[in-house]
Write a new protein. Structure first.
Length: 368
């Protein structure tokens, strides 16, 4: 039986892992694949972690490293040491990592040093801004991995420009990688959980304005820069045509207080929400204003246009097809984009057909 050690730590990774974990615990994979779930503890409060395992109805992780928050070096180092110990103990056949967090990099690096092949889901994404910690994590993880599971053809092209995946290997290794375009695992998750989310969140949604847009801000490039945050807050405060619902990440709330910035009454600040509440908000909103990579995509999954508070995005196809508009923290650009909302993009199936987890399981079984 193939043993896969899956490393998760941040909430978006939990959602992606839920899709794959559910797949490998059902026929025909349940007798062929054994998954060991490892939670690094990168997001450690109940709202951002434990609620996932209850609501998604998948097993609790076998291991929780309980690392918590801290500096990049301290947390990544602690994760690296903890994951290395587990790999030595369990001797998995494959280590599976998702996305672009410190947990992703720590898992990939620990496995690579111990000569355990790495499978990277959401490989090939590039913002081309190496100052972003997420960009550093995703590039390094791609170059350490054996299997690179790409959500789009753009991601495949990005890897080929770096000399990866030019030809199909007979036996994939870290030096001769297998690049697979398999669609987006988050799209598969949204299809599966959409109706459940609507049903489970009726009481929550009853307290939300009938007409609203969804706001999220958590990226360090915004939250750690007072001028950028001030510019964003001023633009949002000026736009009063539609109320905003803003689930506030604890660190974002802390920085708003530290900077002395306040939103006006048409912006409803609420505590962080679980995955189902977020899906329900995305389903019901008029449009989305965010700096989150995942929320940009989810907006598209629900047919909602998005304004992104970044200068670049990994999801360039959303911009190309008119679903996403990049403004950065430029007040004038935010003003103009808000005034034009909602503007729908072209109808294209950009992220596969919702069978990503099966494709990943098939490839790993075939080549391991």
């Amino acid at each position: 039986m193939l043993e896969i050690m899956t490393i998760v730590g941040a909430r978006p990774q939990f959602i992606k892992a839920a899709v794959f974990s559910r797949r490998v615990r059902t026929a025909p994979f349940v007798d062929k694949i054994h998954e060991v779930l490892v939670h690094t503890g990168q997001h450690y409060d109940d709202t951002m972690s434990d609620v996932f395992f209850r609501d998604m109805e998948i097993p609790e992780p076998e291991y929780n490293l309980g690392i918590g928050s801290g500096t990049h070096g301290a947390t990544t180092g602690a994760m690296l040491a903890g994951i290395e110990k587990l790999i030595i103990e369990r001797k998995p056949d494959v280590v599976l990592v998702y996305g672009d967090t410190n947990s992703t990099l720590a898992g990939a690096l620990a496995a690579s040093k111990l000569h355990i092949p790495v499978a990277h889901v959401e490989a090939g994404l590039r913002s081309f801004m190496m100052a972003m910690p997420e960009e550093q994590n995703r590039v390094l993880t791609d170059h350490l991995s054996t299997w690179l599971f790409c959500p789009t053809s753009t991601a495949v092209d990005n890897l080929q420009k770096e000399g990866i995946g030019i030809s199909k290997p007979q036996k994939p290794t870290a030096d001769n990688k297998d690049v697979v375009e398999c669609g987006d695992i988050m799209y598969e998750g949204s299809l599966f959980y959409r109706e459940k989310a609507i049903e489970k969140t009726k009481d929550f949604m009853a307290k939300v304005p009938k007409k609203f847009y969804l706001l999220t801000i958590h990226r360090a490039e915004n939250t750690d820069d007072r001028e950028r945050m001030a510019s964003i807050v001023r633009a949002i405060n000026r736009f009063k045509d539609v109320e905003a619902v803003f689930p506030v990440h604890p660190r974002t709330r802390k920085m708003l207080v530290q900077y002395g910035l306040q939103f006006e009454s048409h912006v409803h600040l609420i505590d962080p929400v679980g995955y189902f509440e977020m899906l329900a908000l995305e389903n019901a909103c008029e449009f989305v204003l965010t700096d989150s990579g995942g929320v940009q995509k989810e907006a598209y999954f629900f047919g909602k246009p998005c304004i992104t508070l970044r200068e670049s995005t990994e999801w360039v196809e959303l911009v190309a097809h008119g679903w996403n508009r990049l403004t950065g923290a430029n007040e004038k650009k935010i003003d103009e984009a808000l005034a034009e909302m909602p503007v729908l993009g072209d109808k294209h199936l950009l992220y596969g057909e919702g069978t990503t987890s099966k494709a990943i399981a098939d490839v790993l079984l075939e080549n391991s």
